[in-house]
Design a protein around this ligand. Structure first.
Ligand code: HPA
Length: 273
């Protein structure tokens, strides 16, 4: 068994066999939001199945590929489909795709996800800029020998979600007349949705949106010195707040509805980075 760095290098070599495109921004598209990748100027596509050792997502509604291209003049790599811890991969494998995008050249990581809303006044269809996160309920992806060439053993996490990018996100949402909430994202492992008691706990802890991804990705990106930002799309009200049982179909249907507004915002932000 090689090191994490060996694994990254092997995956990067597979990608480099297909394209020498160098992205500046890495964008991860969450449940139902993957269509954005179909609307950009595409330069190359690499299926995850063509990357040796790459974890393959099994979730319905998640495609599995990197799309390389331009949004405005910015070179981007888009993850159309991410990998979740609940699929059974080690937490190291879950974050491998993020580390690969950094190795390919990306300096900024833009995370998106579908999430349950629990903040005061949150409604289905809202967008929330992520200002901070709680990752205490999932394994830390930096556990294990530290790869010094990637980052330090004890990285600072006091400003993961980049203040300057948050300002750009706010400006863009105002220009597009899109109302934007902000708050803390809490990651649980899933795959079961939370109980009402767990949501009460999350609220007590200060969370406004709940999901099964994102925070661990932000941690490794920050470890590697990337600038990170994120937007949650509130696809449903969280358990106990919602009057109906939660379902993945509901999440996808809500995503389809918000997709045009969300895509316009994401593109404008990237054009301004
Ligand atoms: N909980 C966890 N993950 C989610 C939710 C939720 O309510 N909605 C979308 N992803």
């Amino acid at each position: 068994m090689g090191t994490i760095k060996d694994k990254i290098d092997r995956c990067v070599a597979c990608v480099r066999n297909k394209t020498d495109f160098v992205p500046r921004v890495a964008l991860v598209l969450g449940s139902g939001l993957g269509d954005l990748a179909d609307t950009i100027e595409v330069e190359a596509v690499v299926d995850y199945t063509d990357i040796e050792g790459f974890p393959i997502s099994t979730v319905v509604g998640h495609k599995g590929r990197y799309v390389f291209g331009y949004i405005d003049k910015t070179p981007v790599v888009i993850m159309q489909g991410r990998v979740h811890y609940y699929e059974g991969y080690s937490i190291n494998d879950v974050v491998l795709p993020i580390r690969i995008m950094k190795a390919l050249g990306a300096e900024v990581l833009f995370l998106t996800n579908a999430a349950g809303g629990l903040g005061d006044g949150f409604l289905c269809g809202d967008l929330m800029m992520i200002r901070d996160h709680i990752a205490t309920f999932v394994p830390n992806p930096l556990i294990g020998p530290n790869e010094e060439s990637l980052g330090v053993r004890f990285p600072d996490m006091s400003n993961i979600y980049d203040n300057d990018i948050c300002k750009i996100i706010k400006d863009c949402s105002e220009k597009l007349n899109i109302s934007l909430k902000e708050g803390t994202y809490i990651q649980f492992t899933g795959p079961s949705y939370e109980t009402p008691a767990e949501i009460k706990m999350a609220k007590l802890l200060g969370a406004s949106a709940v999901g099964m991804s994102t925070a661990v990705e932000a941690i490794v990106a920050k470890h590697m010195g990337m600038r990170v930002c994120g937007i949650s799309f509130i696809s449903n009200l969280a358990a106990g707040i919602s009057e109906t049982p939660l379902s993945h179909e509901e999440v996808k249907a809500a995503a389809d509805e918000v997709a045009p507004k969300f895509q316009a915002l994401v593109k404008m932000i990237i054009a301004n980075l």
